[in-house]
Design a protein around this ligand. Structure first.
Ligand code: MN
Length: 292
């Protein structure tokens, strides 16, 4: 997979005093984390998890195993900190990670932040919310419409750092040129509908910095009730570094305009032949005149 562009943006929103979200833009690795806990603990949890993600060497692992092990390492470090620092006791964070590898985009996920894929004019949520309301929707006890406004919609059923171990959803998504992936915290998705997110991607797909800013602005216009974080990246055409295949295309693309009639070799040859013909006629006329 070839990364064409990427961008990240975060904002405190209009109601919260602090921003407890964090994000990672360290291509080919991307992530969002939405922390929770008393005082500054939520902030500490999300920032610590993001730092662990960026700094951890996952050795020879790749694919879903690599992403799951990164999130488990973040879990271990956040949990350890909350056990040794009473001010952060019980803190945790969501974590949605994307790693662009050669055969696809690997997603790792815990909590209610989300990953979306925008492709061919459609938008698809590719992660499942680990939230109380989603559990109720899945078991038919709540409609998805009711879930959107449920007072306990921010209660999550899985978090990074709250327990010694964490169950990580990890999987690989086939990616194609033109795909745009979004990672976002619930501060975006509670305020902005999937259709509005799709419209913003279509409007700004060639300028992802603008896209992430536009989405943050949309969430603030919608009320900005929570911290808002958006990371976007786009998949480009495969990078073919085969010189013999590339050269003719480049030559064609850069070729000057078609030569005009006066300067083409064929036209010049015709001109020379015409001059020779005229010379032969002139000489013949001269010889004929002299012989008379
Ligand atoms: Mn949030």
């Amino acid at each position: 997979m070839n990364l064409a562009a990427y961008s990240g943006a975060t904002d405190t929103g209009r109601k919260r005093r602090r921003n407890e979200d964090a994000y990672v833009v360290a291509p080919p690795l991307f992530a969002v984390a939405d922390g929770m806990g008393g005082a500054q603990a939520g902030e500490i949890a999300s920032k610590l998890a993001a730092t662990v993600l960026e700094d951890t060497d996952s050795g020879s692992l790749s694919g879903p195993e690599r992403v799951a092990s990164l999130i488990q390492e973040a879990n271990r470090r956040v949990h350890e900190r909350s056990n040794t620092d009473p001010a952060t006791s019980g803190m945790g964070t969501t974590m949605t990670v994307a790693l662009v590898e050669s055969d696809g985009v690997v997603i790792g996920h815990v909590g209610d932040s989300r990953a979306y894929l925008v492709r061919d004019g459609g938008i698809e949520q590719i992660t499942e919310d680990h939230s109380l309301v989603n559990e109720l929707v899945k078991t038919g006890r709540l409609s998805s419409g009711e879930a959107e406004t449920h007072p306990q919609r921010s209660v999550i059923t899985r978090a990074v750092g709250t327990d010694p171990d964490v169950d990580v959803d990890s999987f690989i998504v086939d990616a194609r040129a033109g795909d745009v992936f979004l990672l976002c915290s619930d501060g975006l998705t509670d305020m902005v509908s999937d259709d509005e997110i799709l419209a913003a991607v279509q409007e700004h797909r060639n300028d992802l910095k603008r896209l992430t800013k536009a989405l943050v602005s949309a969430a603030n216009r919608g009320g900005g009730e929570d911290n808002i974080t958006v990371v976007a990246f786009a998949i480009g055409e495969e990078d073919t570094s085969d010189d013999t295949a590339e050269m003719p295309a480049i030559t064609d693309a850069n070729a000057p305009q078609a030569p005009n009639a006066e300067t083409s070799p064929a036209a010049r040859a015709r001109l020379v032949l015409t001059m020779l013909g005229l010379l032969v006629v002139a000489v013949a006329l001269l010889v004929w005149g002299l012989l008379r």
